[in-house]
Ligand binder design. Structure first.
Ligand SMILES: [Zn+2]
Length: 331
């Protein structure tokens, strides 16, 4: 029985997780049990952390008592971190279980999802800014907050840098607008939330970079001391090396950043591979430039800048050896 074959109310339910940003608690999850046919929301629960199996069991039981029946099947989004827990609970309750793709679930959850639009984290800003990116790409592009943190701490993003995400964002905007005091104020807020981690030290460096290059260097050095593998610090050192036309060092830094960004972090990997390609290109290493840009394009196929680099600097560049001027299959 697939989602489209379901005919009767309460034959199948969807357990759906929506991540929202609340004023009081910051990021939290809302769990809902939705009936596939009627779209009715049977139960709803909010949670700061991933619910335990007993909480999920409770959620399903409450939904059952709402309608005095048990569904034949429960669906959940394929990559939802809760999928395994729900599967175990369903098997205990003798309810069939299946995962479904975002695309398959969308018709059934979109009304619900839209009602939370204004509270959602990150995703909408990203869509607004990137009109020609497909919804599937966006799904793949925004790391799940239960995924590994881009700062390479090994912690989940949600329990690491996300706690300071807003303060860091404000600080970056203020610094860019020339307001050092305000930037440092927000950085202090961020520091108070997650401590003086490599990520925070690196963000101090970025804040200072608009005002004082010596301070910038001091903070970058401190960030590397805190974590030599910190991806963003290595990425920034790569950019600085490019500015000094030291492309070989830039390549080393970019490669280190790539080695330590979580593989789920397509956003930063795309950006770093693009820069890596440019550094190789400056050294006229066309083979590696091509490989780096192609990797960047695989991570974000609609990236026009990378596609342009490949087209102008490789595929149609007569300085490039002919055997390299071919688009590899699948690109
Ligand atoms: Zn982190």
């Amino acid at each position: 029985m697939s989602l489209s074959e379901i005919k009767n109310p309460n034959d199948a339910w969807i357990i759906h997780r929506e991540e929202i940003n609340t004023l009081q608690d910051g990021v939290c999850d809302i769990y809902v049990v939705l009936d596939v046919i009627t779209g009715r929301c049977l139960e709803m629960e909010t949670s700061k952390n991933l619910p335990s199996s007993s909480q999920i069991l409770e959620l399903i039981k409450k939904s059952c008592s709402q309608v005095n029946t048990t569904p034949q099947k429960i669906y959940i989004l394929k990559k939802d971190p809760l999928a395994e827990v729900v599967q175990a609970v369903c098997s205990g309750l003798k309810i069939a279980f299946d995962v479904a793709t975002q695309q398959a679930l969308n018709p059934f959850i979109s009304d619900f999802t839209n009602s939370f639009k204004q509270f959602k984290c990150g995703k909408n800003e990203f869509i607004d800014k990137n009109n020609d990116v497909s919804p599937e790409e966006i799904e793949a592009f925004i790391p799940d907050t239960y995924g590994p943190c881009p700062c390479a701490s090994g912690k989940k993003y949600r329990f690491c840098c996300q706690k300071a995400f807003k303060d860091i964002t404000y600080a970056m905007c203020e610094a860019q607008d020339g307001h050092l005091d305000k930037a440092l104020y927000y950085m202090k807020q961020a520091e108070d939330k997650i401590g003086l981690t490599a990520e925070i030290l690196c963000r101090y460096a970025i804040s200072w970079s608009f005002f004082d290059s010596q301070k910038t260097q001091e903070f970058l050095a401190k960030a590397l001391l805190a974590n030599p593998n910190h991806p963003r610090t290595n990425y920034i050192l790569g950019i600085e090396s490019v500015e000094k036309k030291d492309y070989q060092s830039a390549i080393t830094y970019y490669q280190k950043a790539i080695d330590h960004y979580p593989i789920e972090d397509k956003f930063h990997l795309n950006e770093t591979y693009n820069n890596l390609g440019t550094a190789y290109y400056k050294l006229e290493n066309y083979q590696m430039a091509k490989e780096s840009w192609e990797k960047a394009l695989v991570l974000l196929p609609s990236d026009k800048m990378v596609a342009n680099n490949l087209f102008q600097c490789i595929y149609t560049n007569s300085a490039v050896p002919k055997e390299l001027r071919t688009i590899r299959p699948g690109h």
